[in-house]
Design a protein around this ligand. Structure first.
Ligand code: FE2
Length: 330
């Protein structure tokens, strides 16, 4: 941190509605970290503009700060209210779309949500990850491929869903082990398959500040039925996505904006031969899906190209350093 006598900003006296912003930006600009400086410059500029444009009242500003305090107070190891807040503001989807752009015919991303955990058991192909007897049995038969249609082996795949009541295991206060979640690894043919239950629609937690905000905005808290997937392998773009069940009543009004047409799937009633082949009862549902991963290189190239196009369109004098924009001062 710079000593006070080294600060190069002008004297911070008599600051006004009109000059507080450049002065704040300037005093924040003493770091050698150009990306941090740029992020803070834009953040301060937009937040100050928000205050000026809305002529925000002191009560409204304090209510906003108290809202953030409440988000922190209700959060815990198994509840992340700030992810929910980011989700319902559309920010989570925006950040994912910026950072993981997808070429055509590859698997698009979706929101992570607040319910991923790191304690899911690694299961073998064919295992049952659900322990809820009330759920309708579903078998998912999947592959992981590259953009040329070749199988990708050794991808670590996190999978998680709610139970039949629409709750993740972490929402049950008596949780003593992970349920309705697992980790699988794609085999030499790029395949993985598992038994679970047919996903159901569920409301995001709405007993906290984010739920209250949704209520005030006249919005419902529901998400359409889905299965979450997270795929990772060194050299491949980290994929966070979900598959959404076609025909769900909330298909086009997801509270967290996660649904994309390419991620909507339609489980079928299983035929006898497939039921026998995969050892699941007749009457089960079956879902077959091929995931297509991009390499880090493919994603980096596309992200850089889109960033440069966006910067040009905005007329900003920026350059990319480590794939992220910073002011071009050279
Ligand atoms: Fe979910």
């Amino acid at each position: 941190m710079a000593a006070p006598n080294k600060v190069t900003a002008p004297a911070l006296l008599d600051l006004t509605i009109d000059n507080i912003t450049p002065n704040t930006v300037k005093i924040n600009s003493q770091s050698s970290d150009r990306r941090l400086t740029y992020l803070m410059e834009r953040l301060v500029t937009h937040v100050h503009d928000f205050a000026r444009e809305t002529r925000i009242s002191t009560d409204e500003w304090m209510a906003g700060l108290n809202f953030l305090v409440q988000c922190g107070q209700i959060s815990s190891d198994v509840r992340h209210e700030f992810i929910l807040l980011s989700d319902i503001l559309g920010l989570s989807l925006l950040v994912d779309n910026i950072n993981h752009p997808k070429p055509p015919n590859t698997t698009e991303g979706s929101v992570l949500g607040p319910f991923h955990t790191h304690d899911a058991p690694t299961l073998e192909n064919g295992a049952n990850m659900a322990s809820d007897p009330k759920g309708e049995p579903l078998v998912c038969i999947c592959t992981v491929q590259d953009t040329y249609g070749k199988p990708v082996e050794g991808v670590k795949i996190d999978i998680w869903e709610t139970d039949s009541s629409g709750h993740y295991d972490v929402q049950h206060s008596d949780r003593n082990e992970p349920t309705e979640r697992c980790v699988m690894v794609s085999d030499a043919k790029g395949e993985f398959w598992f038994k679970c239950i047919l996903p159901v629609s569920y409301p995001i937690p709405h007993d906290g500040p984010v739920g209250k905000l949704l209520g005030k905005l006249g919005r419902h808290p529901w998400r359409p039925a889905h299965l979450h997937f997270m795929m990772e392998k060194k050299g491949w773009d980290h994929l966070i996505t979900a598959l959404y069940m076609r025909g769900d009543p909330y298909e086009t009004s997801d509270a967290v904006f996660g649904v994309k047409k390419s991620l909507i799937v339609e489980p079928q009633k299983i035929d006898s031969a497939t039921a026998k082949e995969y050892g699941v009862p007749e009457g089960s549902w079956v879902l077959k899906h091929d995931f297509v991963l991009t390499t880090d290189q493919e994603t980096d190239n596309l992200r850089d190209q889109l960033a440069l196009e966006a910067m040009k369109k905005q007329g900003l004098n920026l350059k990319l350093v480590d794939h992220l924009p910073v002011p071009d001062l050279d």
